[in-house]
Write a protein that binds this ligand. Sequence first.
Ligand code: AMP
Ligand code: ZN
Length: 113
Amino acid sequence: MADCVFCKIIDGEIPSTRVYEDDRIIAIRDLNPQAPVHVLFIPKEHIASADELNKDNCDIVAHIFSVIPGVAKELGLTNGYRIVNNCGEDGGQTVKHIHFHLLGGKKLEVTMA
Ligand code: AMP
Ligand code: ZN
């Protein structure tokens, strides 16, 4: 997708620090970390947001969630972590390519809104 920063990262046009990659997803360090560990899990397929998921493309979410525990362990998150997805304008999504934030490395504040 033209002008999508995450598609450019996936294609290697924009540098990133990759902590995991397979044929379907990458995981990179967030440029502006909100916690000691802040990693983004990004499908290689351009899906704009969680609002664009459907029965034909939603397998990728299960795949990401199946990979997260191993990566979390590798990154030292042995005492829990948070997985966040921001969806759309009101959800605070700034990059319009679906991604899941993995946050941890400290006791995170409990906040839902
Ligand atoms: P969201 O607000 O949920 O759409 O999250 C987008 C995230 O992408 C933010 O946490 C940004 O810090 C992060 N981000 C934006 N550009 C880059 C980049 N080039 N490399 C790594 N992370 C980025
Ligand atoms: Zn994209």
